[in-house]
Ligand binder design. Sequence first.
Ligand SMILES: NC(=O)c1ccc[n+]([C@@H]2O[C@H](COP(=O)([O-])OP(=O)(O)OC[C@H]3O[C@@H](n4cnc5c(N)ncnc54)[C@H](OP(=O)(O)O)[C@@H]3O)[C@@H](O)[C@H]2O)c1
Length: 232
Amino acid sequence: MTPSSKTSLIIGASRGLGYAMAEEFLKHSWNVVGTVRGQARTPLHDLAQTTPGRVEIETVDITDTAQIAALRSRLAGRTFDLLFVNAGITNNPNETLGEVTTEEFVRVMVTNALSPMRVVEALHHLVSPEGTIGVMSSGQGSVTNNTAGMREVYRGSKAALNTFMRSFAARHAGDAHPMVLMAPGWVRTDLGGPDGRLSIEESVPNLVRTILALQGKPGLQYLDYLGHTVPW
Ligand SMILES: NC(=O)c1ccc[n+]([C@@H]2O[C@H](COP(=O)([O-])OP(=O)(O)OC[C@H]3O[C@@H](n4cnc5c(N)ncnc54)[C@H](OP(=O)(O)O)[C@@H]3O)[C@@H](O)[C@H]2O)c1
C-alpha cells in the first residue's frame, strides 16, 4: 500500500459497481481494500495485479456473521478513510409479496438490509474519525418515489436498509463521519440487466465524486450518483 494515500474498504468489489468503484478510487490516488467471496479469481484480482501495492483483497460473505467477525479480526489496527458496503442482490422483479416464498423473502432481506448493517456495526470502528461510512442503497428504496410498484421485495429490502442506516446515524449523531446511502441509478450490470439506463462509466465516476464531496460534512444523506438528494 502507498502509505501517504487514503484507503477505502469496499465490501463486495469482485465485479459490477463495487469493482468499478475500486478502479475509480485508484484513479483518485486512493488505495483500496476490496472484498470478494470465496477463492475464485475475479476482476479485482486482475486489478490488484496491474496496480502493484495499491489493491489488497480480502474475503467476506456478508450473510455469514462468523466471516464478518473474522474480517474484523484480520483488519484490527487498520484505519480506513471510507467504509463502503456495496454488496447486494436482487430477485425476480415481477414477484409480488403475495407470491414470494418466505425463503426468498428472507434471502433478499437478510442480504440487502440486515447484512450490510452488520458489516457497518462491525467495522465502523476501523473508520477514521472524519472518515466516510457509505452503503449502496437504490432509488428503489425511496418510499416517496414508489408510485410505480414492481420489484416489491427488492424495494422493501432497500427501504429497510435506509431505515436501519438512519437508526445507526441517529445513534451516532455526535460523530464527525459523513454517512451516505447511495442510489447509483439503473446501471447495466449483472444485477441491473442489459436494459439499464446508465453504463457503469456514466454512473460510477460520478458516484465516487459524490462520495468524495462528502468529506467534512458529518451526518447521513440519501443521494443519487449525481449528488442529488433522494426523497426518503
Ligand atoms: N445495477 C443497478 O442498476 C443497481 C441499482 C441500484 C442499486 N444497485 C445496488 O448496487 C449494488 C451492486 O450492484 P451491481 O449492479 O454491481 O450487482 P452485481 O454486478 O450483481 O454485483 C453484486 C456484488 O455484490 C456481491 N455480493 C452479493 N452478495 C454478497 C454477499 N452475500 N456477500 C458478499 N458479497 C456479495 C457480489 O459478489 P460475488 O461476485 O461473490 O457474487 C458482487 O461483488 C447492490 O447493492 C445493488 O442492490 C444496483
